[in-house]
Design a protein around this ligand. Structure first.
Ligand SMILES: Cc1cc2nc3c(=O)[nH]c(=O)nc-3n(C[C@H](O)[C@H](O)[C@H](O)COP(=O)(O)OP(=O)(O)OC[C@H]3O[C@@H](n4cnc5c(N)ncnc54)[C@H](O)[C@@H]3O)c2cc1C
Length: 355
């Protein structure tokens, strides 16, 4: 036990004052680490309205809550976010600083570490303390190797990978948050709006239980010698709407869409799973019309239960890369799946009415 270690959990609040899931996951990581070290932890909040986030931090067991409030901190901006994080870190005197690896924090935390004379590690999936020694785990080489690191340099900033911890969901508590003064440099940038990638439909849902992956086979000539892209589109979108799954794609498929061909227009490079794509975390995954080559499957590292539908019994998935391979026509399978999903959603209100 090392009760001398001081821990800070940094979080930015959303424009409505809420804490997003990655922040709540970092609360869990901070509370667990504090418990293991027998040390208290402090929460530092940045945003316009931090009152409700402060109560949640208190409910999670924070000994103190520090806050940087004000309109200037509503927007993600390097100058204001870095100054706020630095001021909170100095006010807390913390040696270990945890923050969610959100795009907002990832832009500024390395700079904050430099200002504090400390160090930083990112994409952290686990933080543990054994006999008072704190170590972190993260994956390297596109999720193929897991490394465990311990450092003596302090302060040590840890950016926690979203999706790796349970989000804190306990009751709120009482706390008097302490304001921290920040001296801001001249502000030269302003966020004037948010532009999302062109995509007609919300298809990436990091919190979904299921990842539905579409491969290039959906756009290929089928047994009748024709392509059936409009039907492929309606089957994939039908499944997404009914199941609220997240949509992934193989590189071959997203490249086709990116080249402006009339194929699955809702597929962007953001959907790409794999070595040069992403490695999302979902409980289940279903690959359809996707061959299951290693550079693609490496992105399935964090999918717990895997199934694939492919016409080819010798496809990559059959080489031990999936729990279940259905050697079948994905068009037929997905028609049936969507029928069942539609029926299930029709049944749901009736069942609710009965109980
Ligand atoms: C350095 C490098 C990095 C790469 N990074 C990535 C990456 O990040 N992500 C990625 O995905 N790939 C990546 N690749 C490419 C990867 O090796 C494959 O080329 C790609 O994943 C193939 O995509 P696919 O399976 O959709 O297409 P294909 O290989 O064309 O496979 C289509 C499949 O659809 C099946 N099919 C066709 N019709 C049906 C039907 N009706 N029902 C069921 N099945 C059907 C076929 O049997 C076939 O197996 C990378 C390659 C390299 C060299």
């Amino acid at each position: 036990m090392d009760s001398t270690v001081s821990i800070l959990v940094l979080a930015h609040v959303e424009p409505d004052g809420a804490l997003a899931r990655p922040a709540l996951e970092t609360f869990t990581a901070g509370a667990d680490l504090a418990k293991q070290l027998g040390a208290p932890f402090v929460v530092g909040l940045v945003g316009t309205d931090t009152a409700s986030a402060a109560s949640i931090a208190a409910g999670c067991g924070a000994a103190r809550v520090l806050m940087v409030n004000g309109a200037a901190f509503a927007q993600a901006r390097y100058a204001t976010d870095a100054a706020a994080a630095e001021a909170i870190a100095r006010a807390s005197g913390a040696e270990i600083i945890l923050a969610a690896g959100t795009s907002r924090w990832m832009r500024v935390l390395a700079g904050v570490a430099e200002r504090l004379g400390g160090c930083i590690d990112t994409h952290i999936t686990r933080v543990v303390a054994e006999s008072g020694t704190v170590s972190i785990a993260r994956w390297y080489y596109r999720q193929r190797i897991e490394g465990v690191t311990s450092r003596t340099a302090r302060p040590w900033i840890m950016a926690i990978e979203p999706g790796t911890h349970e989000a804190f969901a306990g009751a709120a508590g009482d706390v008097t948050a302490e304001p921290v003064a920040v001296s801001l440099p001249e502000l030269r940038s302003e966020v004037t709006g948010v532009r999302s990638p062109a995509s007609g439909e919300q298809t990436i849902r990091p919190d979904a239980a299921l990842l539905l992956v579409a491969g290039a086979g959906w756009t290929k000539k089928q047994a009748d010698g024709e392509t059936h892209v409009p039907e492929a589109e309606s089957l994939i979108l039908g499944c997404l709407r009914a199941s609220q799954a997240s949509l992934g794609g193989s590189k071959s498929l997203v490249d086709l869409s990116g080249e402006g061909q009339a194929v699955l227009p809702f597929m962007t490079h953001l959907n790409q799973i794999g070595q040069t794509g992403s490695s999302p975390r979902h409980r289940k995954g279903l690959a359809t019309c996707c061959h299951g080559e290693e550079p693609h499957v490496v992105g399935w590292r964090f999918i717990t239960e895997r199934r694939a539908v492919n016409l080819n019994a010798n496809c990559g998935w059959a080489q031990g890369k999936t729990d279940v391979l259905y050697v079948a026509d994905a068009f037929e399978v997905m028609r049936k799946v969507n029928e069942k999903l539609g029926k299930a959603s029709e049944d749901r209100p009736r069942e609710a009415g009965r109980s």
